[in-house]
Design a protein around this ligand. Structure first.
Ligand code: HEC
Length: 301
């Protein structure tokens, strides 16, 4: 009975140690996984947004260059002050309106705290950016993330500085072109001074929610890790039992029988070639020599 219990406890302790190491490995893997996934997801989300942002900013720049280089000189020559063909900002705001119909997730705006168009009044993040640009006149471009209309965006923003040419429309209201006065009235958007920061341009691309993306990805990866470890757990336990515990128990049983005088019992270990088989063979050899020695002794007596 006492023999049985030591056998039992030895047997458990080896398997238990393997299992404890496996569980520890599992816990460490799971603990490392989530922060790692968060980090990778964040990198991925931002680099994707940055690529899109660069593209969108360049598209806006191209629109403004087109107005400045191709349209404006032509219309100036003809003495026509039609604002969308004269101001890059106006052209951009019109094109942004059309783009919004098919790509509502992108954000393009030119805003001011003294706007012609009341929908272009600064708010939230835009107001903060305008303040920053006014405080620090050396700042030419800011890329940052923030919330616009309840959504997370990566935005690229630049100050809009008033120049002499701007005053044609934003100077004295009575001197503004007829189409501007007709459309926006004479209440707001005038009185710009040359050289002051009058507004900001904001181009934004949507940022995916890193946290919920991390949770979704983590659940999948942790599920896969759990499955993998469960299989590993079963396989390792069966291997330990078959390759280590069973043969050692067999050798122990025979060794105990020999110590009690029963040398007739052979060690049975499956046909294999490893350290445990070496041990079993060595033990069996010892038992056989013992049997032979006993026989010799019997014959002598
Ligand atoms: C040909 C007339 C014209 C000129 C020149 C012009 N703008 Fe404008 N600007 C407009 C109109 C019209 C709007 C309103 C567009 C809209 O409806 O979104 C506007 C809008 C803006 C806005 C957005 C806020 C608002 O008023 O609705 C800013 C900022 C702005 N202009 C700055 C400038 C600056 C800086 C210059 C010079 C570099 C300039 N504009 C030159 C006509 C002009």
């Amino acid at each position: 009975m006492a023999q049985q219990s030591t056998k039992q406890s030895n047997r458990q302790s080896l398997a238990k140690r393997f299992n404890q190491s496996l569980i520890l490995m599992y816990v460490v893997t799971v603990l490392v996984t989530t922060p790692l996934i968060y980090f990778i997801t964040k990198l991925q989300v931002y680099s994707r947004a940055e690529q899109e942002l660069v593209l969108l900013v360049d598209v806006v720049k191209s629109i403004q260059s087109f107005v400045a280089n191709d349209l404006r000189p032509h219309f100036m020559k003809e003495q026509i002050f039609y604002s969308p063909s004269f101001s890059g900002i106006v052209a951009t705001s019109r094109i942004a309106k059309y783009l919004k119909q098919s790509q509502p997730q992108y954000y393009i705006s030119n805003v001011s705290d003294n706007p012609l168009n009341p929908t272009n009044r600064v708010k939230g993040l835009e107001a903060e950016l305008l303040n920053q640009f006014r405080k620090n006149r050396n700042m030419a471009l800011v890329t940052t993330d923030g919330v616009i209309e309840g959504r997370n965006y990566l935005v690229s923003s630049a100050p809009k500085v008033s120049k002499k040419g701007c005053l044609r429309c934003h100077g004295k209201p009575e001197q503004a072109p007829e189409d501007v006065k007709a459309m926006y009235g004479t209440g707001s958007g005038y009185g710009y001074q040359s050289g002051e920061v009058v507004g900001v341009s904001v181009v934004g691309v949507p940022l995916e929610d890193v946290q919920s993306l991390t949770i979704r990805r983590s659940l999948i990866v942790i599920g896969a890790i759990t499955l993998l470890f469960a299989v590993l757990f079963i396989v390792v336990n069966r291997l330990v039992r078959r390759l280590i515990l069973e043969p050692i128990t067999e050798i122990t049983t025979v060794a105990k029988a020999v110590s009690h005088g029963d040398i007739s019992r052979e060690v049975h270990v499956r046909d294999r070639k490893d350290e445990i088989a070496d041990l079993a063979n060595a033990f069996e050899l010892m038992r056989r020599s013992l049997v032979a020695a006993m026989k010799r002794m019997k014959r002598k007596t």
